[in-house]
Design a protein around this ligand. Structure first.
Ligand code: GRF
Length: 202
């Protein structure tokens, strides 16, 4: 008897190339999971189109209505958790999700939220990691960077690491060639980390 497939929810804010890697991996069998829901906090995120093309339910959930509330981050996070919970995901994958989740969200899915970050553990936390790494390379401070997928914690881009991968920077690189190499590695890392995180649960 085949066990029921694991269900994942993917949270995005942008182009969704990492979501696409997950969609492709579920379609070709590399990842034994179903994407039950895609949430975006940006209406124009192309990832929403990718999800719709793949027949995945989508939900647009903006932060704007919450801003100005006394504890808007917690209130946003509680409401977000209420949107996701009915889908009963085994795992929530933050794939280019530009929002720092508080404990109000994370405590509702303990050990079940993972985050992709385009830098190695402890390096370049925050939204500008790629630009900061490129600037550090230009200054001669680094010759490599990387990406990681880690369990999400309330701390920005920090938590137990599931997968990390080094991405070298070459003297012949432009920022575009470097970023393209980094993104290709991210697409592999997020699929592998999702697989490992699901194994850790079941
Ligand atoms: C990725 O580089 C991710 O690491 C960063 O935002 C980018 C999202 O890309 N936080 P995409 O939306 O998956 O194409």
């Amino acid at each position: 008897m085949k066990l029921p497939q694991s269900k994942i929810a993917v949270l995005i804010s942008g182009g969704g190339s990492n979501l696409q890697a997950l969609i492709d991996a579920t379609a070709n069998g590399a990842l034994d999971a179903e994407i039950a829901l895609v949430v975006s906090n940006k209406k124009q995120a192309y990832g929403l189109v990718r999800a719709e093309k793949a027949g995945i339910p989508t939900h647009y959930f903006p932060r704007t209505p919450f801003r100005g509330l006394p504890a808007w981050r917690e209130q946003f996070d509680e409401a977000l958790a209420a949107v996701i919970a009915p889908y009963q995901p085994d795992l929530i994958v933050l794939a280019g999700w530009m929002h720092i989740n508080t404990a109000a969200f994370l405590d509702q899915f303990p050990g079940r939220v993972i985050n992709l970050h385009p830098a190695l553990p402890g390096q370049f936390p925050g939204a500008h990691a790629i630009d900061e790494a490129w600037a550090a390379f230009q200054s001669g401070d680094i010759t490599q960077t990387g990406c990681m997928v880690h369990y999400a914690t309330p701390q920005l881009d920090a938590g137990p690491v599931l997968v990390s991968a080094v991405v070298p920077m070459h003297p012949t690189d432009t920022q575009a060639t470097f970023e393209s190499r980094l993104h290709a590695i991210e697409h592999r890392a997020i699929v592998l980390a999702t697989h490992i995180a699901l194994q850790n649960i079941t």
